[in-house]
Structures are given as structure tokens and as C-alpha cells.
Design a protein around this ligand. Sequence first.
Ligand code: ADP
Length: 515
Amino acid sequence: MLRQAQKILKDYFGYDSFRKGQHEVIQNVLNGQDTLCVMPTGGGKSLCYQVPALALDGTTIVISPLISLMKDQVDLLRANGIQAAFINSSLTPSEIDETMMNVRNGEVKLLYIAPERLEMDSFCMALSQLNVPLIAIDEAHCISQWGHDFRPSYRAISKVLKLWNTKPTIIALTATATPTVSEDICQVLHIESEDTFITGFARDNLTFKVLVGENREKFIKNYLENNKNESGIIYAATRKAVDSLYELLLKFGISVAKYHAGMSEAERNDEQNRFLADQAQLMIATNAFGMGINKTNVRYVIHYQMPRNMESYYQEAGRAGRDGLPSECILLYSPSDEQTQRFLIDQSRDPSRIPLELEKLQRMVDYCHTEMCLQLYILQYFGEEVEVTCERCGNCCDERPSVEVTEDAQRVLSCVVRMGQKFGKTITSQVLAGSKNKKVEGFRHLSTFGILKKMSAKEIANFIEFLIAERILLVHPGQFPTIYVSEDGKDVLLGKRKVSRRVQTVKAVVKQDDP
Ligand code: ADP
């Protein structure tokens, strides 16, 4: 069977060998095992179901939420001589009938459908008449309510699997599953844990950096000056930020495109096409841009503000360097980004998801403050068991010396304890700085009031973020997040554990130039 897969890879796709992980996943699927494949964006997930689809008799169903991209995917397959089709709301009823007839006649090896279709009884009836050896569930994190993009219609998949006497094999694929999300996908789809393949999250050609307190506009101008002919993406958190940055860079004569959900579909398509065709060097966009985009020569992805969670960050940053050449992923962080994201989370449609979203936001903030290898942080976040540092990222290459800050950490921790572990980092910083702010007047009697007055409240807040990233302090997320001392923190208080931190530069805490 695998020999056949190898031949399909060569004959249809023109590749000589499978990539790390593809081989194992395809073998498992061809053995009839339901499989979960977690691979980063650009890792080569599509082949993991396309190759088995061509090796098996019948029509493989591909469930994909990306309606706008189905046509492109199908066109690409057809260009490789593969019989593929799609059914979604962009087709007329007679086009759908015609496609279904082609499927019944055995003329379609891969049929792409939107998940909403599975909620239609008539469509399920038609499916049940077909010979379906394999169902591929793309963007499978949408099935999990712990994922960052839960789609209720994905839950209909479980029901659909019962349509046939012989259940088709399932392959669920995603680029962004934390261990919790992976477990949830497995539970919903009854996939055994040994059939989960998490592979190659490390993107060895990507260099991650977090820059704190940069003047963002100045940074972007300099960066573009030094990367004149390279293709890149800048992600900003809001439409307003995209618009204003776009105007600014236009003035500087940069060939730039923009993309956000406030633009018409035609405008968005035009802008996207200009970028894909290298007519625009730079794309400035909100997170609405990029799903399924296969532009290989993106040399850098800059986040103008911190995104709301690590899943989004890695997915967006991962659009750099799909061709395997060295590329940069830079995050420009300012403490005010957290407020922006909190505001966006508060506006979210489903209030029951807010606590989870805030928890994820905290891990994102931690990424901006950690001193560990950034690649390692990402890999561990996604559940890969690795310890090797990348030796390329901003933290691995940080040459600032480390100094011991155990005593200052103890001062912060004891202040948190004296304040009853019931307050947030801003108030705590002001108490430690001995601020004249009326809000902290009630804490003047504490022995820790002003105990860190050698630092400004902003510097202390930054230090507290560092202690949170080190898991010395923990956060109770919520509308008014509060900080408390962890078990590790207790060891620091008892003098059983030392704390070191890189020497801080002044700009880490200066006010930002927010757009
Ligand atoms: P994903 O869906 O995981 O984001 P894709 O399936 O789109 O990634 O694959 C990313 C790119 O890698 C595509 O251009 C694809 O053709 C290429 N690719 C996938 N597998 C291989 C392989 N075995 N050898 C060479 N290129 C591959």
C-alpha cells in the first residue's frame, strides 16, 4: 500500500519523498485507523488525505470551513489531473445536482464540502448512497469547544459517521491544537490517543523575536528600508490600525496592499491578488487575512500588536517561509496590547467562552515576557515534548547579561501576600512604587508600600509580567484579573529558589505610539 502511496506522490504531485510525519500518518490512514494529524501551517497536511484518497476506492469527503478557498483547492487538484469537486453555498441547486451525479458516476475522488451541509438531511441521505472510504476533517480544531474557533456545525460530523454500514476511516487535521484541544477532538471523533500524530511543529527556518517598547512606526519604516524587495505581512489587531498603517506606508512609496473584514469582497480579492502576484510587496491585514493562502516566498511576518492567543499567533507567523528559506517572525509588544485584546474578547459573541479566551490571552502575554527560547515556548504550548533550544530566536541570541533579582522578586511576592492576593498587577505595582495615586491610599500602612520605589510603577508592572511568565506569580483571569503566589513563588519567598533576569533596557517600559 505504501509503495502505491509513494507512486501517487510522484505521479500526481511530482514529489520524491514524504516529509517528516506524512509517511506515518498516511500509513495509519491506509491501515484503516482513525487518525488525528497535528502539523503546523505549511507542514503538508493536505497530502495526508489527498494521497490516501487516490489510493482508496470511492470518493473521499473533505470537510472544510473555508468556503472561499474550496474552489482554489479543487482547481489546484484538477491541474494535477485529480478528479475533485466541491459543494457549497456558492453553487446553484442545478450545479449541486450535477456535481452529485458526477460523484455517483465515480468521477470524483475528492469531494470538498462545507460543514453546514452536514446539517441538511437530504444531503446526508445522498451521501449515505455513496462509497466513502475516508472522511477528512480539515481545521479540525473547529470541532472543539476548547479551540479558538469553535463551529457548532462541526459537531454534526459525529452523526454523519453513522450513515454508512461500514464506517469510513476518519482523518482529522489541524495546525493549532493544544493538548486539551487534541484530546477533545479525539473524544468527539473516537480517535485513540495512539493514533494522534503531532509532528514537526518546529519550523527550523523561522526566527522568532519579541520586541518590547519599540516605536512601532519607526521600526516598520527601518525594517522595510532594510528588506526592500522582500515580501512580507504585517498583522494589526484592528481595522483602524490596518487603515492608518496602510496610509502611512503608501506615503513612503511602499507597494502595499491591505485586507480586513470592513472592505468589500471585491476589494479584498483585488488586494489579495496583488499581494499573491508580487505586485504589492507588503500586505497589512487583520487576522481575516491568510487562511489557506499558499504564498511561499513570505520572508517576514510582523505583528504590529500582540494577537489574542498563541494559536492565532503561530498560525499567522507560520505564513512566513513556507518555501523553507530563512524568514523572520517579529512581534512588537506593548503593554496596552493586552487591554486591546481584553476589549475584543469582552465583545465576543459567546460570553461563556470569555474565561477560556482570557486564559489563552495570558499565555500569549507570557510569551512576550518569557526569557526562555521562544521556539521552545511555542512547541511546549502545543504539547510537543522537546527541550532543545533553537539558538536563533530573540531570546537565545539575547546578549544582555542576567542578574540575580531574587530579593526584588521576594519584595513583590510579599506585597502580593500582604494585599491578600486579591488585586491586579497595576494596583500592586503602584503600591510597591509607593504611588501617590488615591486608589492605593488604603495600602499605605503595609510594610511593603513603596518598598520598590527605586523602580517606576511601569517598570514594576513589567517585572510582575516577567514573574508571571516564569510562573512565580499566577493570574486568576477574569474581568479584573488578580495575581497570587504559585508553589514556585512560595519557594522564592522561602529562599529555596533564586530568580535571575536579563538586565532591562529603558525602552522596555516607555509609553507606546499606539495607532
Ligand atoms: P498545510 O495544509 O499543512 O498548511 P500544505 O498541505 O498546503 O500545508 O503544504 C504546504 C506546501 O508544502 C505545499 O506547497 C505542498 O505542495 C508542499 N508539500 C507538501 N508535502 C510535500 C512533500 N512531501 N515534498 C515537497 N513538498 C511538499
